[in-house]
Design a protein around this ligand. Structure first.
Ligand code: NAD
Ligand code: IPM
Ligand code: MN
Length: 352
């Protein structure tokens, strides 16, 4: 088979630090378990690149990206560059342009990792969040009237479509069938009587096609409480763009660290490349110190390998991460250790 072509956008802050190590881990796994090689195409798009060139994605950038089998992204965002450039110029348009409407975010409490919640056993927290990734509260629709004055008015509109709700919910139900057959839908229809009421209606309709799956509808504020109070009850969770964003930082921390939280931004039809990235951001507070946990990026690249049908390698990476965490010898400071980013990757490669 010819080498899969993967676009790499390492980005800002700790993005390049964790991406470099995740690529080493992926190469080791693929070499051993799938006897192939990956063709990584490094694209310099970042805040630094923007400061040099005046744009974060070059004119032909989207066409170039579209020619790849997948995209591996670190993080974008810098204190000295506005979000309009980084987040709204690269990350969010990518999710929409490539119709990556399923944002899959697993959270698993590994053996050897201490949850900030007391008394949680390994594996007792094991959830998979399906976050809607192309519309909802993130739809860039709205405007400002009289900006720069105290008469300023801001309108920010959320967009919920039947089609958008249905496709993320169907993906969640299909995913639940491969797991414990439970889906929690996250809503706020008590306060948001249009978008979230539509969300609930679509959920009830889609659920009819999956009578073998248990369903629950939970208000987002109560869900936030239950992610802490009894995270064991969750299997598959389906949520809107904003609710899914917030709840997955919560699911990340109750399973030990955002430094372990992986994600896939999937275009299930494979019309466009899917994108894989850690849940965390560029972490300016620890950037350049060599202490960022690379395992969120490593587990994200494992999802990328699965997507490319290199499941043996994906599995091997996940097994190696589990071994490293269980042994507890090479852990970064977020997990209570003293190891560097590179040392954690070295240990993971050794486990492979
Ligand atoms: P963040 O996730 O970058 O950091 C939050 C906290 O978690 C910080 O204390 C950080 O040190 C810690 N942390 C994050 N990743 C870690 C890792 N791998 N190992 C150890 N500790 C880790 O969130 P933030 O500080 O709110 O955002 C910083 C910037 O990143 C902002 O510009 C934001 O917009 C951007 N951001 C980008 C993405 C993305 O590109 N996908 C995601 C989230 C945030
Ligand atoms: C994430 C990030 C992004 C989001 C930001 C950077 C816009 O927090 O991927 O979780 O909210 O989707
Ligand atoms: Mn987030």
């Amino acid at each position: 088979m010819s080498s899969p072509r993967i676009a790499v956008i390492a980005g800002d802050g700790i993005g390049p630090e964790v991406i470099e190590q995740a690529i080493r881990v992926a190469d080791a796994a693929v070499h051993k378990y799938d006897q192939t090689a990956l063709a990584w195409n490094h694209l310099p798009w970042s805040s630094e690149y923007y400061k040099r060139t005046g744009h974060i994605v070059p004119a032909d950038g989207w066409d170039l990206l579209a020619q790849h089998d997948a995209i591996f992204l670190g993080a974008v965002g810098s204190p000295d560059v506005p979000d309009t450039v980084t987040v709204h110029g690269l990350l969010l348009p990518m999710r929409r342009k490539f119709d990556q409407y399923v944002n899959l975010r697993p959270a698993y409490l590994f053996e050897g990792v201490t949850s900030p919640l007391s008394g949680k056993k390994p594996g007792s927290i094991d959830m998979l969040v399906y976050r809607e990734n192309t519309e909802g509260e993130y739809a860039p629709i709205g405007g400002r009237l009289y900006p720069g004055t105290t008469d300023d008015i801001a309108i920010q509109t959320a967009v919920f479509t039947w089609r958008g709700c249905e496709r993320i919910m169907r993906a969640a139900f299909e995913g639940a069938r491969k797991r414990r057959k439970k889906v929690h839908s996250i809503t706020k229809s008590n306060a948001l009587p249009y978008g979230m009421v539509l969300w609930d209606e679509v959920f009830r309709e889609v659920a009819k096609d999956y009578p073998d799956v248990q369903t629950y509808s939970l208000l987002v504020d109560a869900a936030a409480m239950d992610f802490v109070r009894k995270p064991e009850i969750f299997d598959v969770v389906v949520a809107s763009n904003l609710f899914g964003d917030i709840l997955t930082d919560l699911s990340a921390i109750v399973t030990g660290s955002v430094g372990l939280a992986a994600s896939a931004n999937l275009n299930p039809e494979r019309k466009y490349p899917s994108m894989f990235e850690p849940v965390h951001g560029s972490a300016p507070d620890i950037a350049g110190k060599g202490i960022a946990n690379p395992l969120a990026a490593v587990l994200s690249v494992a999802m990328l390998l699965d997507h490319l049908h290199l499941e043996k390698s994906g599995q091997a990476v996940r097994r190696a991460v589990a071994t490293v965490l269980k042994e507890g010898k090479a852990l970064t400071p977020d997990l209570g250790g003293k190891a560097t980013t590179r040392e954690v990757a070295d240990a993971t490669i050794a486990a492979i």
